[in-house]
Design a binder for this molecule. Structure first.
Ligand code: DGJ
Length: 559
């Protein structure tokens, strides 16, 4: 009997179909109605990523990195490629580390995002080869306004730019040669948290000359600025805007030569400007001190978009447990010209909530940092915050465990604008998601006694996703949340004589794009909403229908 029910369920299953797979296409971004998907081998791909520690792309440390990625159910690893290592001698390249990453990722059935640690790493130059570090005459440094040489390369130096372009082009040529058909590598980060630590801008003689000259005409035109020098065009923001333009322009040139070899999607991660807390005369963080000046921070997005068209997206790294800040960062970077992607965040209890916020805003991927941290001593990140290990009972891996199998369906639903999320916040243990055909009411925390407001969770980690599969059919998941469906208030105004009931609720999973139900839920499992507990994550596909609230005749008589 069990077998019969299962096969009937499987037969009833409808796959979410994809446009004909074009596996010869290299990974690329697709845009539909201002929403995005990363397409890998012809299908939308939701990147469930994990970034390894900075010094982990080595034979001795990679085994632990792969195990960590597998343990967290990631489908992609973000791993650095070090300029100092691939070009230890000027003009001679050794790509053994890139080969190792690609081969081992394949063995572990993982995709890769390569992080080019080139001219910039956290607003400094620590990964440039020795032959560059030791020759500041040929490869000029940034200077601060007192003429101090900084450990930041001057973005106004053609020699620096040429050296980075040469190395990055060679890397991309090599990646194409080993991966142009298999597509293990799906995206490339160009530099790491660029900008300058130590000065608001470069005051070296060459930079100073450009600063005093007119803003380049094509750039001025694209930002609708009137002709003139930087001070005239940007007033009090001239120094930082100049830093942003020179950095973006440099990185754009690096990306462009890389794309000419192999045009994978390319992005820049952002050490954004964290707010400072109101002290007199300290109403904004200071560029070059509290964040690297000239990177793609919030205030510089327009400059970067104009000056770096070869960069497909600007992606904020997020290291804070302030969820309102996270929402404001999402609002800044999820734009019609910028797919949302979170390439770094804490690997702790907050990651699950942030993942759901990001999913609900159409993110193409999400990746906590330092997944192989068990093997590394914990260090503060550049924002001065020490990433804590898993908090309380919240298990960071549970998020990706739930979405690993249906990632392609989730990415497709997001591309079509059919995916919604609710995330618990203080004082908001019950929330409504307004779907086009119904409302989903999400209640966080347990127990949920009849008639009482839900208790929420101690760590505000409740979260839920509802995706629209058909007019009244939904895919639902969550953690410490119950989800029920009602007719929306707006709908009731049009026609008060309607109610919603469940026809069928199936718990199951997508296997190769096909929904496979494992059981039908009913009774206690549906009477007070669908229940999602952290201890047993599950996916539910629910089909509802509407019927009159009252018999038409009674209804009429009662009128
Ligand atoms: C952000 C950087 O982009 C990473 O490379 C790493 O340094 C982390 N901070 C450390 O927290």
């Amino acid at each position: 009997m069990k077998k019969l029910i299962l096969s009937a369920l499987v037969l009833a299953a409808l796959p979410i179909t994809f446009a004909k797979a074009q596996s010869t296409d290299i990974p690329h971004l697709e845009k539909r109605d201002n929403r995005f998907a990363l397409i890998v081998d012809g299908k939308p791909f939701l990147m469930l990523g994990g970034q390894i520690n900075n010094s982990s792309s080595w034979p001795s440390t990679l085994p632990a990195a792969w195990s960590a990625a597998e343990a967290m159910h990631a489908n992609t690893v973000e791993a650095p490629v070090y300029w100092e290592q691939i070009e230890a001698t000027k003009g001679t390249f050794d790509f053994a580390s890139a080969d190792l990453l690609v081969n081992q990722a394949r063995e572990h059935h993982l995709h890769l995002v390569l992080l080019w640690f080139g001219t910039w790493k956290n607003g400094q130059n620590h990964y440039v080869p020795e032959w560059i570090k030791s020759d500041p005459k040929t490869y000029p440094r940034e200077e601060n306004d007192h003429g101090k040489l900084l450990d930041v390369m001057s973005p106004s130096s053609p020699a620096n730019l040429d050296a980075d372009k040469h190395a990055f082009a060679a890397l991309m040529r090599h990646v194409k040669s080993i991966d142009g058909t298999e597509h293990t590598v799906i995206m490339v980060q160009v530099e790491n948290e660029s900008g300058s630590v130590g000065s608001i801008r470069d005051f070296s003689p060459a930079a100073q000359k450009s600063f005093e000259a007119d803003v380049p005409a094509d750039f001025a035109r694209s930002l609708h600025l009137s002709p003139g020098n930087w001070t005239k065009a940007f007033g009090p923001d001239a120094d930082e805007s100049f830093a942003a333009y020179t950095t973006a322009h440099y990185i754009n040139e690096v990306a462009a030569v890389g794309k000419a070899e192999y045009p994978l999607p390319m992005y820049c991660n952002v050490w954004f400007a964290y707010p400072v807390h109101a002290l007199e005369n300290r109403d904004r963080p200071s560029a070059g001190q509290e964040y690297p000046s000239g990177g793609p921070q919030q205030a510089n997005v327009a400059i970067w978009k104009a000056a770096a068209p070869s960069i497909d997206l600007l992606a904020p790294d997020f290291y804070s447990d302030d969820f309102t800040l996270f929402r404001s960062i999402i609002a800044t970077y999820a734009r019609p010209d910028n797919p949302l992607f979170i390439p770094e965040c804490h690997f702790d209890g907050t990651f699950g909530r942030y993942f759901f916020y990001a999913l609900g805003h159409g993110a193409i991927g999400f990746s906590p940092f330092g997944i192989d941290r068990a093997q590394q001593p914990e260090v503060p990140n550049p924002q001065g915050i020490i990433a804590s290990a898993a908090v309380g009972s919240v298990n960071p891996a549970e998020n990706f465990a739930l979405f690993n199998a249906p990632e392609a369906q989730i990415a497709q639903l997001n591309l079509e604008g059919k995916l919604y999320t609710a995330v618990e916040e203080k004082g908001a243990a019950r929330q409504s998601i307004h779907l086009p055909t119904a409302d989903a009411v999400v209640s966080f925390g347990y127990p949920q006694p009849d008639g009482a407001y839900p208790p929420g969770t101690l760590t505000f980690h409740g979260r839920a996703m509802v995706a629209q599969l058909g007019p009244l059919e939904f895919l639902v998941a969550g953690f410490d949340a119950s989800v029920s469906f009602t007719v929306s208030a707006a709908d009731l105004q049009n026609d008060p004589n309607q109610q919603i009931e469940i026809l069928r609720a199936e718990e199951g999973q997508y296997v190769n794009g096909m929904w496979q139900a494992t059981r039908i839920l009913n009774g206690d499992q549906t009477d007070r909403g669908l229940n999602f507990r952290s201890a047993s994550p599950s996916l539910v596909r629910i089909r509802l229908h509407k019927l009159p609230l009252y018999d038409e005749a009674v209804h009429r008589n009662g009128d």
